[in-house]
Design a protein around this ligand. Structure first.
Ligand SMILES: Cc1cc2nc3c(=O)[nH]c(=O)nc-3n(C[C@H](O)[C@H](O)[C@H](O)COP(=O)(O)O)c2cc1C
Length: 162
């Protein structure tokens, strides 16, 4: 039985979650010779020692079953002018990387060249959480573009830092 009531239906929950501003990352890898990935606003840093980050992926994601098979995953923090690119990364799977400049590591992690930070990760743990899976990622390498400004996602719209 879904956990819904007059005080808290799914519309209200979406609005409530959307009140919290986030950045957006691209999670991507090369799997069986193909680029596979998606946009995620659920990314967060978790631990410095060991270095861990996380994001949540919908259980009905058709991309995650492929992406999770990659030896390494690339996580890229999107830049403030990446609104259209973010929609592309969340759109039809075959076109997600069309025209996008990519950095690909030997272990198959895929990062966006124009991102403001790039993380090379492996999956450490997956935790079922309702209709999502919380994915805990171990960091192996990071590259930060200290001059870039991030894309902001808030109330279903893209924005930038003032
Ligand atoms: C701004 C934005 C943030 C998103 N954040 C997430 C997220 O945190 N987790 C998730 O599973 N999907 C998220 N999505 C949706 C995915 O990018 C993608 O559209 C979804 O996984 C459906 O594609 P799939 O079936 O190929 O997985 C987000 C989409 C947008 C536009």
């Amino acid at each position: 039985m879904p956990f819904m009531s007059e005080q808290m239906n799914s519309r209200m929950l979406r609005d409530a979650f959307g009140a919290f501003p986030t950045g957006v990352v691209a999670v991507a890898a090369q799997v069986d010779g193909r680029m596979v990935g998606l946009a995620a606003s659920s990314f967060t840093s978790v631990s410095l020692e060991p270095p861990l980050v996380s994001f949540s992926v919908a259980k009905d994601s058709t991309t995650w079953p492929d992406l999770r098979r990659a030896a390494h995953l690339g996580v890229t923090v999107l830049a403030e002018d990446h609104g259209a690119l973010c929609r592309q990364l969340a759109g039809p799977a075959r076109e997600r990387f069309t025209g996008v400049a990519l950095d690909i590591t030997d272990s198959g992690a895929v990062m966006l060249t124009e991102g403001i930070a790039q993380y090379d990760c492996t999956v450490r743990e997956e935790l079922e959480a309702g209709d999502h899976v919380i994915v805990l990622l171990q960091l192996h390498a990071v590259v930060v573009n200290s001059r870039g400004q991030p894309l902001i996602f808030h109330r279903s719209e893209f924005g930038r830092l003032a």
